[in-house]
Design a protein around this ligand. Structure first.
Ligand code: SF4
Length: 88
C-alpha cells in the first residue's frame, strides 16, 4: 500500500479473556492533533500539538504505511500490552 490516502481502518483487538475491542477510525484527526498530551509523541509535534506528518486537508497520515510503532495501535498492543501481566 502506498503513502496516499488510506481507507478508514477498523481495529479489532482480541483479549485473552475473549473480550473484543472494536475501533473504527472516522478520520476526525484528533489522534494526530493532540500530540502535546503525551511526551512519547514529542518528536512528531510540529509545535502546536499537531503531527508533522498529518495532512490537515485530508485528515490522513502522510506516512501511514511507515508510521512509527507508537501510531500503530494494533502492533503496539501486540508488542507491549498483550503480555498476561497487562490483561486482567
Ligand atoms: S505519524 Fe501519522 S499516525 Fe502518527 S501521529 Fe503523525 S500523522 Fe498521526
Amino acid at each position: 500500500m502506498g503513502e496516499g490516502p488510506q481507507p478508514v481502518q477498523t481495529l479489532v483487538v482480541q483479549h485473552a479473556s475473549s473480550t473484543s475491542i472494536v475501533f473504527t477510525c472516522t478520520k476526525c484527526g484528533l489522534c494526530c492533533k493532540n500530540l502535546d498530551k503525551s511526551m512519547v509523541y514529542a518528536h512528531l509535534d510540529r509545535g502546536d500539538g499537531t503531527c508533522i506528518n498529518f495532512d490537515s486537508h485530508s485528515h490522513i497520515c502522510k506516512i501511514y504505511s511507515s508510521r512509527p510503532l507508537i501510531c500503530r495501535v494494533d502492533d503496539f498492543y501486540e508488542q507491549n500490552l498483550s503480555a498476561p501481566e497487562f490483561i486482567e
